[in-house]
Write a protein that binds this ligand. Sequence first.
Ligand code: SF4
Length: 392
Amino acid sequence: MRDPSTAPDDGSGTLFGLDALTPGPSAAPPAGPLFRDSPAARRLLPVREIHAEPAAAASARGRQVLARFPDARVVEVDSHWRIPGLHGNEGNVERWVRIKGETLVLGEKKTLTTRPNGRSADWIAPGASNGCAMACAYCYVPRRKGYANPVTVFTNIDRIIAHLGRHIARQGPKPEPNQCDPEAWVYDVGENGDCSVDALICDNTADLVHAFRQWPTAKASFATKFVNPDLLALDPRGRTRVRFSLMPPDDSRLLDVRTSPVAERIAAAADFLDAGYEVHFNLSPVVVRPGWEEAWTELLRHLDDVLPDRVKRQAAAEVIMLTHNRELHEVNLGWHPRAEEVLWRPDLQQAKRSENGALNVRYRVGVKADAVARVRALVAAHAPWLRIRYAF
Ligand code: SF4
């Protein structure tokens, strides 16, 4: 029998509905200018072209996005999927990174499904976006649309939130603690993008944060590589976990294209905690290369030196070893071959064909087990306060 928690949502049985979107008293717009209106944010996302499904463009959220980028050319599309000339890899490799910053897509998420996870989160929520304006060389997010994959904003955020409310209500209280969280059901709301970047574009992330603070049995969670100070004004009341992704700065400069510097992500942790977020870290991806252990040691020492005790007391981490993919390897050779010198290591990796035919690679069993054990030992030695929720 199909698990009712994972069945596509037909909208029946509403317990939490659109009222979850109603901002509470402290959700008033922040005083002062938003970062997303600053010249720095505009440089990050100089949107020139918006591909839009008509219904998405006509929706309230769609209109908000179009109003933010009034000079952008709007191109009507039948579907946010497989837009010719935008998705797919052909001819786009050289322009790939530029497309990510200069192009947006507006669409409606048709199928709303929450999937069980059990590692990073209890559940993977239907995302409010797909795609990312950043361009990490190892990113798996673009795998389904081709690698020139700018942000698609799903404008029917009200339906997504209503779906989540129903799903959360059906679960009832969490029966027992697990490594995801001792009390709350954790919902990953950013599987296919970066919610901090989405908040440069529209209020989808704000709406999710506001919705979760009204659900005492659940918590939102998302990983990010971008420090967006606008999130500090959202008043999450402990119901959203931000996971800052960290890797040694040298790796990050090579691999995390367009993201915030690692030191900036670490420096932001206390501000996010004080603003009401739970702050965890993703030590990921761990890339095995000459000198990797020294580089991680330095990073962990830096964390230990600069993070205040209040951040350390509540922190936890996920450790994720690099996985890669032959198609992505080939795309990267076209625009960022230096990254492939550390990402593509047939001497250390083994391949596995996935269900959709893609050839994925990961570190060989012995290599991976040794590396995971080594990371655990480094954390124990240099950041013993950092509880590892899981490592794989
Ligand atoms: S920030 Fe995340 S979603 Fe964006 S490109 Fe990097 S890994 Fe992918």
